[in-house]
Design a protein around this ligand. Structure first.
Ligand code: 0GY
Length: 305
């Protein structure tokens, strides 16, 4: 285990200039610990700073947002206790994305559903996890599909091509985190990003999160004259314009495992009008899409009532 402490999150983010529409969802964020109550996984690859639910809910209000989708991160492994605790405290204002192993019991899945979990995350990023075999993941996907859940996938651009046959076998909606982590230095006109756009065009059940400009940007925070992460705008804007009903946005607070700098969460909200340029598109990105995916009741779900 590599036990590295990452940068603490910004405890004094700016108030964004952009006002999100009523009901806006931060569809990618995490809760960590507190470690004393919810210990981190022994096999974790980094140790985060505690980022408890109260801080997340306070940030939601500060940024003018209404709801959260809380994603289980690798440092908590398959122990979803901190996530469930946050979901229980948030009531209808949060939904969850869990990480489970193949031996998860049906009754545990039902309990997660009752708490507000609506997806599982498959993490293919080798620096974060020991990646599970695809046959195991496919088995999990088939089980959670019965609950009406979907699959959230985290992978890096270099690994995408090799995983496409697997992704295309998944019997659910598939949400690809952080735009598939494109290489920003290549530009949005490069064939690699075009392939990602084609992948979404060809697979109507594939969605993506236009999130994490702070991880992808080479330019980094702006100078006052230029906005933060301006070099990521063409990528995110392309996806929002091309797939307005299959994109999600999130802060990624508390930005686990960031080493270069800690973003200002207010500036991340101000990234939204740069990538979604009219009110209809903003409402789709921030309200309609996440509500449809995480708050709708699925008639096909079984055993979860
Ligand atoms: C993210 C990104 C990262 C970490 C995790 O599960 C995780 O530990 O997702 C990362 O290091 O790129 O989405 O929060």
């Amino acid at each position: 285990m590599m036990d590295r402490v990452y940068l603490p999150f910004d405890t004094n983010p700016s108030v964004p200039a952009y006002s999100a529409p009523p009901g806006a969802v931060d569809a990618h964020c995490h809760v960590f610990g507190p470690g004393e109550r919810f210990p981190f996984a022994p096999a974790r690859k980094y140790t985060p700073v505690d980022a408890p639910k109260e801080k997340l809910f306070a940030l939601r209000e500060h940024l003018g947002l209404s709801r959260n989708v809380i994603v289980q991160a690798s440092c908590h492994g398959t122990d979803n206790a901190a996530l469930v605790d946050a979901l229980n405290a948030a009531g209808d204002r949060a939904r969850g994305v869990a990480v489970v192993s193949e031996d998860v019991a049906d009754k545990e899945l039902v309990a997660l559903h009752r708490a507000g979990v609506r997806a599982v995350r498959f993490n293919f990023v080798k620096r974060l996890v020991d990646v599970a075999p695809e046959t195991v993941l496919l088995g999990i996907a088939r089980r959670v599909a019965k609950l009406g859940w979907h699959i959230v996938v985290y992978l890096e651009a270099a690994d995408l091509a090799g995983r496409i046959p697997f992704l295309e076998k998944l019997p659910t909606i598939v949400v690809i985190d952080h735009m598939g982590r494109p290489d920003i230095s290549k530009g949005a006109g490069h064939k690699d990003f075009k392939s990602f756009v084609s992948l979404l065009a060809e697979n109507k059940n594939f969605w993506t999160k236009v999130s994490c400009p702070e991880r992808l940007s080479l330019q980094g925070p702006g100078t006052g004259e230029t906005p933060d992460y301006a070099d990521v705008v063409p990528f995110a804007r392309t996806l929002v314009e091309r797939f307005p009903d299959r994109v999600l946005w999130g802060t990624d607070w508390p930005h686990p495992n960031m080493r270069s700098h800690m973003p200002d969460d207010g500036a991340l909200v101000d990234f939204i009008p740069l990538i979604a340029q009219d009110e209809t598109t903003q409402k789709a990105l921030l309200v309609d899409n996440p509500m449809r995916l995480y708050w709708a009741e699925h008639p096909e779900k079984q055993g979860a009532n």
